[in-house]
Design a protein around this ligand. Structure first.
Ligand SMILES: Cc1cc2nc3c(=O)[nH]c(=O)nc-3n(C[C@H](O)[C@H](O)[C@H](O)COP(=O)(O)OP(=O)(O)OC[C@H]3O[C@@H](n4cnc5c(N)ncnc54)[C@H](O)[C@@H]3O)c2cc1C
Length: 280
């Protein structure tokens, strides 16, 4: 299939991109890496009248670590995160997730902003951002605002972004010596979207763990925190955490809900082990 006809404009700046979105009253879409958008156009799941290409907007692809915070610009490509020494050191959860995202050709073009804005329920980065308690910077016709990652993902492919908004950057606390992180996923083939995945963070607290965040993907319309399992893990029992897993995945084309729930328990055991290991 071919896409429905659309116009194309190259944004000169963030302000220009927002103005073009606003001028088209919700009929325009931003183009970042194009790795999801172009497929939806080709399948005619989406038929915007205009694509606003933000790839030429300067200053949107930075990766910085300042005052204990990591900031990643929306146009940072997956490959840049995968190869960044700053990400490996200060955002190891993102580094752990990267090799699971699609294939090198897709990681060469796909961007963190595009991945979060698209909000595929089986994508890795939305769950990582929730596990890191990150915040998402948005700029639109009403100025700048920040939304906590936990509030950003509203439903299936639905986010807090309005039709005239640009996701500009993400921010989260840099890892410290106490930070513990874990990541695991199961997919039919390496690089496929996950059947079930788990991104986790915690703080070492004495011999145990505090602030445990277990964020599953592929088990619901948005990233899902398993709060009862988090409490059980913080109390020191992996078996109890698996028994307490408060997830209710539905059936999908990949697996039944019951299989997904079982796999979620398998992943929890793997990730619990990672969480107890100090960072190298
Ligand atoms: C074969 C294949 C396999 C894949 N497997 C995986 C996988 O396993 N895991 C995974 O997470 N992803 C996977 N992806 C998706 C890919 O990794 C990209 O993250 C994803 O395509 C979105 O990034 P993008 O920059 O290409 O966004 P685009 O395709 O350009 O845009 C996606 C959507 O986000 C909007 N958008 C883009 N940037 C912004 C912004 N800054 N502000 C507001 N809205 C914006 C666009 O308007 C569009 O609606 C796969 C893609 C393909 C083609």
């Amino acid at each position: 299939m071919k896409p429905a006809p659309f116009a194309y404009a190259k944004a000169r700046s963030l302000e220009d991109a927002i103005a073009q979105l606003a001028a088209h009253h919700g009929e325009a879409k931003l183009l970042a890496g194009g790795q999801s958008l172009i497929a939806t156009l080709n399948m005619r799941l989406s038929s915007p009248s205009l694509l606003v290409d933000i790839n030429g907007v300067a200053g949107l692809d930075g990766i910085s670590v300042r005052d204990g915070m990591v900031e990643i610009g929306a146009l940072a490509r997956h490959v840049a995160l995968e190869r960044s020494a700053d990400i490996a050191r200060h955002a190891p959860l993102i580094a752990l997730a990267m090799p699971h995202i699609a294939h090198p050709a897709i990681r060469n073009r796909g961007t963190i902003g595009g991945s979060l804005a698209y909000a595929d329920p089986a994508a890795e980065l939305p769950a990582c951002l929730v596990a890191l308690d990150g915040e998402i910077g948005i700029i639109g016709t009403n100025g700048k605002r920040s939304v906590q990652a936990a509030d950003f993902f509203k439903g299936l492919f639905e986010t807090a972004l309005g039709p005239h908004d640009v996701l500009s950057a993400v921010r989260f606390a840099a890892a410290t010596a106490e930070t513990r992180l874990g990541f695991a996923e199961l997919a039919r083939r390496h690089g496929d979207y996950a059947l079930v995945g788990l991104a986790a963070s915690a703080k070492a607290s004495g011999k145990g763990l505090g602030d445990v965040r277990l964020v599953y993907f592929g088990v619901g319309p948005t990233p899902v925190r398993a709060r009862k399992a988090e409490a059980a893990l913080a109390a020191g029992s992996v078996d109890e955490a698996v028994r307490a897993l408060d997830l209710d995945p539905g059936d999908d084309i990949q697996a039944t809900g019951a299989v997904k729930k079982h796999l979620a328990g398998v992943l929890l055991r793997r990730v619990a082990k990672q969480l107890t290991e100090p960072r190298a």
